[in-house]
Design a protein. Structure first.
Length: 437
């Protein structure tokens, strides 16, 4: 439970982010939480996940951890460590009661979930929040534009199965109270997941890309300076050129040309970079499932620890401090409108070139494509690494610029929504206090 006396609880609100087992939800939600905390310092912000793996990964990330220290509390309330079915059931009951207690303790609590509240225990928590004058909002998990899902849809063909609404959800006749999204270039992605619950009968609130909110930008600048100091203290030369790579998990090949595409392109690009730029120091932030993959660790060892190392710094920190970011797979990072100079060496299948031509799937989002199978790979890759002018053409960032220009990062629409839920209760309480009720 939160510390604080009764008066603090009366004046505060609970803002509860319910985090799915997917690791990357938190990157979307933390900047929003930091913005809310700056606007309303007395609000009590909590994050909860039921995935131990997700909790540990987030808390082991220094940028996440320091950001969380600025806004609130992150709790693991799962039952993965339960030794028996009975103990697992008890952990579930405990989580149900503890979170229910938090909700009932505060006036006008707000719940954020990445999908509609159609299954238990989320529906029950949604009901409790409404009984306390609060609400449950869908905070969409994906910031990526629709194009990023092009290849995934070709592979999977059909939409993911939705959740069957609980009896309580059907009784409430609503799956959420508002839908929060980020920009106008993700309509197809939202529609693709409409089977998770109804979102068409509630207000839609657009807030732009959350990682451009000022509290988060200030936080990233602090983290970049701290990461640089840490690297220099560890013996990295101060005149080193930083580059970053994000090795993809092996089964990412399902949207690429063939089995082995991920491994081959990573090795080819890493070795070429170290050969081309004598002062290059490569920070490799692998997908969590890549850490123990032989292809990744063997290649790091082959080029040497003085040229490349594993890094667990936040991707945005690495992008901000690197001269180039190199991708061996069309990662979501390419499409999230981060500032940076990206080189895409993904081994795309022939269908990709038929659909888009010989360009990156992230064409227009800051990426230059170098075909890893091209006879002139070394020449083209060298040019993309050495020639800064290649990134000055308007077409390199025209789509990224369109997203950011047409969808300015602005938290006031969300704050207005939250205050519209809060103000009637607060005004009524003030009137009652004035009348001595």
């Amino acid at each position: 439970m939160d510390d604080g006396d009764v008066r603090e609880v009366e004046d505060a609100r609970l803002i509860l982010f319910l985090i799915s087992p997917q690791i990357f939800d938190f990157d979307t939600y933390l900047p929003i939480a930091m913005g809310l905390k700056k606007a309303q310092p007395n609000w009590h912000i909590r994050f909860v996940t039921f995935s131990k793996r997700n909790h540990d990964f987030i808390m082991n990330n220094p940028t996440h951890r320091s950001g969380m220290d600025k806004v609130g509390v992150f709790s693991y309330m799962g039952w993965e460590h339960a030794s028996t079915r009975i103990s697992g059931l008890l952990y579930r009951i405990k989580a149900l009661l503890v979170i229910g207690g938090w909700i009932l303790r505060y006036r006008a609590p707000v719940l954020f979930l990445q999908r509609p509240f159609v299954r238990q225990p989320y529906t029950l928590w949604h009901l409790l929040a409404r009984l306390r004058g609060g609400a449950g909002y869908v905070l969409w998990k994906s910031r990526s534009p629709d194009v990023v899902h092009h290849r995934v849809r070709q592979v999977r063909k059909v939409a993911p199965p939705g959740d069957k609404p609980s009896m309580l959800s059907r009784f409430m006749r609503r799956n959420c109270d508002a839908f929060i999204h980020f920009h106008d270039f993700q309509a197809e992605n939202i529609e693709w997941s409409s089977g998770f619950g109804r979102i068409d009968h509630v207000p839609w609130i657009k807030i732009g890309m959350p990682h451009y909110l000022m509290p988060w930008r200030d936080h990233i600048r602090e983290e970049v300076e701290q990461e640089r100091r840490k690297l220099f203290a560890a013996g990295i030369p101060e005149d080193a050129e930083f580059y970053c790579m994000f090795p993809a998990k092996p089964h990412s090949h399902e949207t690429l040309r063939e089995i082995g595409s991920v491994e081959e392109t990573f090795g080819r690009a890493l070795k070429a970079l170290c050969r081309i730029r004598p002062k290059a120091f490569v920070l490799c932030r692998p997908h969590p499932r890549v850490l123990n993959e032989p292809y990744f660790r063997d290649l790091i060892e082959e080029v040497g620890q003085d040229r490349a190392q594993i890094s667990f710094a936040h991707p945005e920190v690495l992008l901000a401090m690197s001269r180039r970011a190199i991708f061996n797979n069309p990662s979501n990072l390419l499409f999230t409108c981060y500032q940076g100079r990206f080189v895409d060496v993904s081994d795309y299948p022939d269908q990709h070139f038929e659909d888009f031509g010989e360009v990156s799937l992230a064409h227009g989002y800051g990426a230059i494509f170098v075909n890893p199978r091209g006879d002139d790979f070394t020449t083209q890759f060298t040019a993309a690494i050495e020639d800064d002018r290649m990134f000055e053409d308007d077409w390199v960032t025209e789509r990224r610029d369109a997203v950011l220009t047409q969808n300015r990062a602005e938290l006031s629409p969300l704050l207005n929504l939250l205050m519209s839920r809060q103000m009637p209760q607060l005004l009524a309480a003030e009137r009652a206090a004035d009348e001595g009720v």
